[in-house]
Design a protein around this ligand. Structure first.
Ligand SMILES: [Zn+2]
Ligand SMILES: [Zn+2]
Length: 66
């Protein structure tokens, strides 16, 4: 998994349950805007690790890699 703040190797989860590296345990990643509907995105866990998913899911399927 990649750190949601810097993209480095994530080893922990922060208070928002976002995957982060040890340097960013106290940081929160700024949620990107959905590429499809422009709503903020949320960290979601998938089979292949965490990713940004649209908060309007399932009506919107916008995703972004962390
Ligand atoms: Zn980091
Ligand atoms: Zn969306």
């Amino acid at each position: 998994m990649n750190c949601a703040v810097c993209g480095g190797t994530a080893t922990k989860l922060n208070i928002e349950k976002q995957p982060v590296c040890s340097r960013h345990v106290k940081s929160k990643a700024k949620a990107p805007a959905c590429p499809d509907c422009k709503l903020p995105m949320m960290i979601r866990a998938g089979k292949y690790g965490a990713f940004w998913g649209c908060m309007a899911f399932p009506s919107c399927n916008g995703i972004k890699k962390i």
